[in-house]
Design a protein around this ligand. Structure first.
Ligand SMILES: Nc1ncnc2c1ncn2[C@@H]1O[C@H](COP(=O)(O)OP(=O)(O)OP(=O)(O)O)[C@@H](O)[C@H]1O
Length: 325
């Protein structure tokens, strides 16, 4: 266990020419934490994680990972971290086990423990029975699982995952989260991950929301959702227009029809519902109350949903950068 924080970032910056990809971000990650870096395409997530992994040099500020400076102590940082990035770097012509063995040798994992460790990490991602198959025969999800196993081989103190579930089907995404949660239980490890899936950010201990190269907020998903304050209430009635007018006149609430139901936000939704039935003055056929989601949090901090923020993005940072010129 690291004595101090696993990651300390202060006023970290990166510019590519005139593009300020990261504009002075700062945060700390505690040992053992699963820390999520959340933001739309082009927000600066990959640039930040790349600086922490020593793959990109900052243009300003400092960052320490596992107690080492990412610029001055690059080798020490590299020894202490595992990486799972978006672009696969496995060798398709080698078997799954050979890929891991090659990596273990590269990282100087002692021969005496190598075999056991390879088996342990492959079992963790349920690939041990496929150890002899060539990686080129693997599905996208299996490759991602193998990359996670490889990232763990040398028992890193911090594991960096850049969009670990992007492009995978929901079932595989859920399985990968199962492995991450298992990892948290079995290994003394800190996990730093980027994602733009709101539902996945829920699994993190804390998340930082980054937008246009700046951190807008850092907190636990629960605290962020509680900070939004209001619940979302939906009611079904025979006359939506009349219901909307009644909500405005009797309760001063602004409602609108969304997803086929009259929808509005109110503090303590569950306590409000009995009043609603008593005082709306018209029959209600059905009602639902939902706590704020991280989508609502993102909306309240950035003024747009993460999907709106991504609309128009080509899905590739480079293509977007070119398109802007
Ligand atoms: N090598 C580069 N050269 C020039 N501009 C770059 C480079 N890498 C990133 N950028 C720009 O920096 C900004 C942040 O990009 P970055 O890839 O860090 O965002 P991201 O949040 O990781 O997005 P994504 O979800 O698409 O991976 C974007 O405007 C991008 O176009």
């Amino acid at each position: 266990m690291t004595a101090g924080p696993a990651i300390v970032v202060r006023d970290l910056r990166k510019s590519y020419g005139k593009v300020e990809a990261v504009k002075g971000v700062g945060f700390e990650v505690a040992p053992g934490e699963v820390f999520g870096f959340l933001g739309p395409n082009g927000a600066g997530k990959t640039t930040t994680i790349s600086m922490l992994c020593t793959l990109v040099n900052p243009t300003g500020g400092t960052a320490e990972v596992a107690g080492h400076d990412v610029v001055r102590e690059r080798d020490e940082v590299r020894r202490n971290i595992g990486l799972v990035f978006q672009d696969p770097t496995l060798d398709g012509y080698l078997s799954a086990e050979q890929n891991l063995r090659f990596h273990a040798e590269l990282y100087g994992v002692p021969k005496s423990v190598m075999g056991d460790r390879i088996r342990q990490v492959m079992e963790m991602v349920a690939l041990w029975d496929r150890k002899d198959a060539k990686v080129m025969t693997f599905s996208g999800g299996m490759k991602r699982r193998l990359e996670i196993a490889r990232g763990l081989l040398h028992s890193p103190r911090v594991l960096f995952l850049d969009e670990p579930t992007v492009g995978l089907d929901p079932q595989t995404r859920a399985a990968i989260w199962g492995y991450i949660n298992e990892l948290r239980r079995l290994e003394d490890i800190t996990i730093f991950m980027t994602t733009h899936y709101m539902d996945e950010a829920e699994y993190c201990d804390r998340i930082a929301i980054i937008d246009h190269g700046e951190i807008v907020v850092v907190d636990s998903p629960e605290a962020l959702k509680a900070g939004v304050g209001e619940d979302r209430v939906q009611i079904h009635t025979a006359d939506d227009a009349r219901a909307i007018a009644a909500l405005r006149d009797r309760f001063g609430l602004e409602a609108a029809v969304r997803d086929g139901a009259v929808t509005f936000s109110v503090a303590s939704g569950e306590e409000f519902v009995p009043r609603l039935f008593a005082e709306l003055g018209m029959p209600i056929r059905a009602v639902s109350v939902a706590r704020p989601s991280l989508d609502d949090v993102f909306m309240s901090y950035t003024g747009s949903t993460i999907r709106d923020a991504e609309a128009g993005g080509a899905g590739n940072a480079w293509m977007r950068a070119m398109a802007r010129r």
